[in-house]
Write a protein that binds this ligand. Structure first.
Ligand code: PA5
Length: 436
């Protein structure tokens, strides 16, 4: 993983980063000693290496059963109990995974439920599932989050109608708190297979717990390589030194830009496969930093698609933006532009050139144009779409997020603000105990 700051030149001086070293030293020490605000939620720091040591045999066994018996796996969850698995699925697997044959996929189709309250989306999913052998992984730490609780009720009812009560119990795997909560109780009562979300890992830092590992293993993602990437990243981004630790450098940089009025960060990528990685990233930074009337607002774009929509604003609109580009150096495939002399589309000069090369020139041009337009931008280069690289990148952003929030003076590990809409919604829904 390489951090390239070429296009922050002219916006930030090198000393604005190095001057933060003593603050970073102190906060790094606090993190290592677990003395930060929200210190009860620092289990993610060495989660990957601990999980590799303990082994993932049980997860792999359950995943194998799902792979053998299921045509489709429905993963029920929202927020931190949803976005990590979806990000990794879309990063690693082909664009049209669910449309491939079972032999090509090597595992079940995968669908996500409980991340909305849309009757249309639920009905459309149930239509697609008709006639398939379906397994469900319901994921909720609290077990009472409204969206997944509704989604789970619906899919459980559907399973019972298809397979009966007893068989339904064998097809549900619950990932939840070790001892507390409604889902733990139901899982115990019904005898579901269960996995634990550790107490010391918050939702948005939980992708490398069973929250992400089980559904990913079930569709054939190599979770040991994913964990290995993150475990190696624990070392790579484990030093306090800003000249050695790219994650901390990125954290300092975004704080420095924020103080200069660049209060919106746009995560930019050139691969559709990164769409949900960007969604995961937005939750991580938005929930971690957006509090106490502070925070860089995290947004995202998928280029070149969005160069034809948001590109205008980024180039010339209100100037409070900076961009973070994540670029994958080697994709899975290459495709050349074909020659076609008679098409008059002005493209013959590109005949024989690879799309990878063309896409990369588009990325370079965009970085340069946006910097000229007053948008500083950072480039994070990663070698490929492997599980190992993804594990590294997950950890890179988690480490950076923790340091960035602490530098900003907020607790990066809580999310008190997400309760407010719930209280109002429960009043409107007439939930007992919430009447005005
Ligand atoms: O990051 C978080 O804590 C949230 O996004 C939660 O993950 C989300 O609200 C889901 O919560 P639960 O797992 O309790 O259903």
């Amino acid at each position: 993983l390489k951090l390239d700051l070429t296009y922050t030149n002219g916006f930030l001086g090198e000393e604005e980063i190095s001057n933060a070293q003593s603050a970073v030293n102190a906060l790094h020490d606090d993190l290592q000693q677990k003395r930060t605000p929200g210190a009860d939620f620092l289990g993610w720091l060495d989660l990957a290496s601990r999980t590799l040591q303990e082994g993932v045999a049980d997860i792999l066994e359950t995943a194998k059963e799902i792979r053998e018996k299921a045509d489709a796996l429905v993963v029920v969850g929202i927020g931190g109990s949803y976005l990590g698995a979806r990000a990794a699925y879309e990063w690693v697997k082909p664009e049209y995974y669910n449309q491939l044959s079972k032999e090509q996929r090597g595992g079940p189709e995968i669908y996500f439920l409980g991340n909305h309250i849309s009757a249309d989306a639920v009905s459309d999913l149930l239509t697609v599932l008709k006639g398939k052998q379906v397994y469900v992984n319901v994921i909720s730490k609290s077990g009472t989050t409204t969206e997944p609780a509704i989604g789970f009720r619906l899919i459980r009812q559907w399973l019972i109608e298809q397979y009966g009560e007893q068989e339904t119990k064998r097809r549900i795997v619950a990932t939840t708190d070790a001892s507390k909560g409604a889902l733990r109780k139901l899982a115990t009562d019904e005898g579901y297979k269960t996995y634990v979300i550790p107490d010391d890992v918050g939702g948005r830092y939980s992708v490398l717990t069973p929250v992400g590992l089980l559904p990913l293993a079930a569709i054939g993602v190599d979770i040991e390589k994913l964990l290995q990437g993150a475990a190696d990243a624990e070392k790579e981004f484990g030093s306090a030194s800003l000249s050695e630790n790219a994650a901390y450098k990125y954290a300092v940089l975004r704080n420095a830009l924020y103080r200069k009025g660049y209060v919106t960060e746009i995560f930019a990528h050139f691969e559709p496969a990164l769409h949900y990685f960007a969604e995961w990233w937005k939750q991580l930074y938005g929930e971690s930093e957006g509090k106490d009337q502070k925070g860089v607002f995290p947004a995202s774009v998928g280029y070149t698609t969005d160069l034809h929509s948001m590109g205008q604003f980024v180039q010339e609109g209100y100037r409070n933006l900076f961009e973070t580009f994540v670029h994958i150096e080697n994709g899975t495939h290459n495709v050349d532009v074909p020659s076609a002399q008679n098409m008059e589309d002005g493209l013959e000069y590109l005949a024989g050139k690879s799309l990878v090369w063309v896409n990369d020139k588009a990325r370079l041009a965009t970085q340069s144009a946006h910097a000229e337009g007053g948008v500083p931008n950072v480039l994070i280069q990663v070698p490929d779409r492997s599980e190992y690289t993804l594990g590294q990148l997950f950890y890179f952003f988690e480490r950076a997020c923790a340091m960035s929030g602490l530098l900003m003076g907020v607790n990066p590990f809580n999310q008190p603000g997400v309760e407010n809409y719930k209280t109002k919604m429960f009043q409107l829904l007439g939930k007992p105990g919430y009447q005005k």
